[in-house]
Design a protein around this ligand. Structure first.
Ligand SMILES: [Zn+2]
Length: 283
């Protein structure tokens, strides 16, 4: 962009070697941050999975550790801004006008928002999905433990898809027993959400792509041809619906009580989209 935006009224300043050196230094800094970011994600995943095993499947310390790591990753993205504003920009302004270094600023914004912030969001789905899957496989084994009738001691069958206290009648003496899952089992409802989201990661990627395509268009103003916006909005609508459909369908595999409400649940999640479309595009 800066390349084409030079003022025609004055002779464009030549790219001085000093300025080019500053650009190269800035690029290499951004590369380093990006590399460090992706390395941190790999290390974080290993550390957090270990943490889950070491805490004997207590999911809370694992999630606390993740929030700490997440804060560090966010600090890394803030470092991009601070470095540009405090170091890079003042140096570049010795050779260029502010307008001519907007592209350099934009490189930092792209790294911060599209690579780091969106990367954290996606990583969180994958990480919580993996931790939750591991947790689920461990916790569900408790449903297979013996549960006997309080009256006649007959072995009772516990349903594998209800993770809260529920009644189980004894086939032999008809006594109604209450099955109370242990703590690990009652947390399964939470992990199931994460597993379902992780299983819908391909649909999540498509949803993000559609959102980016819409945000790359300028904002629409009354009277302007709305066709490209309509196409992008339709894409986003379809991609969002596909994501939520996959997510709720996966969830209902674990919690069949939700099977009946999938359509309704999707509509609830889509409400913001139709409100936004009405507000910003008036249809
Ligand atoms: Zn009994």
């Amino acid at each position: 962009m800066g390349f084409f935006s030079k003022k025609t009224t004055e002779t464009p300043k030549e790219e001085t070697p000093e300025f080019l050196a500053l650009v190269a230094k800035w690029d290499s800094f951004l590369d380093k941050i990006k590399t460090r970011f992706f390395e941190s994600l790999v290390n974080a995943e290993e550390a957090l999975i270990d943490n889950l095993e070491e805490s004997d499947y207590d999911i809370n310390p694992t999630m606390t550790a993740w929030h700490g790591i997440k804060a560090q990753l966010m600090a890394l993205s803030n470092k991009v801004d601070i470095t540009f504003d405090e170091k890079v920009k003042p140096q570049m302004l010795q050779y260029k006008e502010e307008y001519d270094i907007l592209d350099e600023d934009a490189k930092g914004t792209f790294l911060r928002e599209k690579i780091i912030h969106k990367g954290i969001e996606r990583f969180e789905i994958v990480l919580e999905g993996k931790v939750s899957t591991k947790y689920y496989n461990h916790a569900v084994s408790f449903l297979n433990e013996d549960f006997n009738c309080t009256q006649c001691s007959a072995k009772l069958e516990v349903r594998k898809d209800i993770f809260r206290p529920h009644y189980v009648s004894c086939d032999y003496c008809n006594t109604v027993n209450t099955f109370t899952p242990n703590d690990k089992i009652s947390q399964i409802r939470w992990v199931v959400d994460n597993i379902a989201k992780y299983k819908a990661i391909a649909e999540w990627d498509e949803k993000l792509k559609a959102e980016n395509e819409l945000s790359e268009l300028r904002s629409w103003s009354e009277g302007e041809d709305i066709t490209p916006y309509k196409i992008a909005l339709k894409k986003q609508e379809d991609a969002s619906r596909a994501f939520w459909f996959k997510y709720f369908t996966e969830r209902s595999e674990y919690l069949p009580e939700y099977q009946e409400t999938i359509e309704h649940d999707i509509d609830v999640k889509m409400k913001w989209f139709y409100e936004m479309r009405k507000r910003e595009y008036n249809y």
